[in-house]
Ligand binder design. Sequence first.
Ligand SMILES: NCc1[nH]cc(CCC(=O)O)c1CC(=O)O
Ligand SMILES: [Zn+2]
Ligand SMILES: [Zn+2]
Length: 383
Amino acid sequence: MSFSSLVQDLSIREGGNAPRRSRPVPSVSTIDDRASHISRNTYASTAATSVSIAGDISSQLHGGYHHPLARAWQAERQLTKSMLIYPLFISDDENDETLIPSLPGQYRRGLNKLVPFLEPLVHKGLRSVILFGVPLKPGSKDALGTSADDPKGPVIQAIRLLKQRFPQLFITVDVCLCEYTSHGHCGILRDDGTLNNQLSVDRISDVSVAYALAGAHCVAPSDMNDGRIRAIKLKLIEEGIAHKTLLMSYAAKFSGCLYGPFRDAAGSAPSFGDRKCYQLPPGGRGLARRAIVRDIGEGADIIMVKPASQYLDIISDAKELGKDLPVAAYHVSGEYAMVHAAAKAGVFDLKTMAFEVTEGILRAGATIVISYFTPEFLDWLDN
Ligand SMILES: NCc1[nH]cc(CCC(=O)O)c1CC(=O)O
Ligand SMILES: [Zn+2]
Ligand SMILES: [Zn+2]
């Protein structure tokens, strides 16, 4: 075999995407040291002038990641089970267990189905969940979102149940009104259909305190009203529970089309208009940075960016602006559904992509990932 075809074979071998040849490929160790970093394109000229390249050590990278463990060492941080938060949809029908068509493999569950479902996951190392309430009963929605903190409602009941059955499980609760309002918006509205910020913030902070008093370890307001972090923090202090309640802000939450499957699951699509006047415009990096700085100043313990894969620059901004705070990223329903759809269409392997996208999120700066892939990751991380 000629030297040039050997080099060519090597580049094909390492190219990954190139089709495999039927001809046996020499193992890397049989190839002369000097050959391994000559690309096919540069070979002709270097060979012609017989330039010595033996002393050129700066172009040698492959040795640093040949072994699987060495590749793992190249990552700034690696996904671990404790980084994952699993979203759960809890409906007010106790025996409900309904597959959400647009969210492959995810179910809406009633209280009776929760413990049997979670038991094996907790045994596999599930550390944390985030709860979303889904009121299905007729009459459970009104203009003020009254049922959000109903002591007999699904969320407060679920907090109590999970605390009792899984004392080690960290329970986060999403705080918003859109699941509970008749109009499907994330707060209380004025007559002109815009958000009444003051009334909304008062209500959101009352609901947060109700969840925390029921035992939630963390409250995560996703409503995007101005000033809610400060209001919630102050009410938690007033109630004497600020010291044991983590406040996670959906600080940089963008409007867009990636929450569709979630709204199917939660029945929380707005009945008119959209959320563009309170969720951030997708191009608004500066606005996101201001929202992050503001929420840190108002007392957020963790900053969240959402969605994740389209907003990796914002995750890295959050890490830079909040050097001393953990950053969470929400890989949202639409992102999850896209990965599933593409895998189903044969574009890529589901598991490989789930890891690639999650590693991208970690690389950008997050150390907490809210992911619908959590149950799969618990298995995958064991192998
Ligand atoms: N405000 C409620 C809320 N909390 C989390 C999500 C989205 C999560 C997902 O898509 O997975 C939403 C939907 C929305 O804002 O419309
Ligand atoms: Zn919400
Ligand atoms: Zn909402």
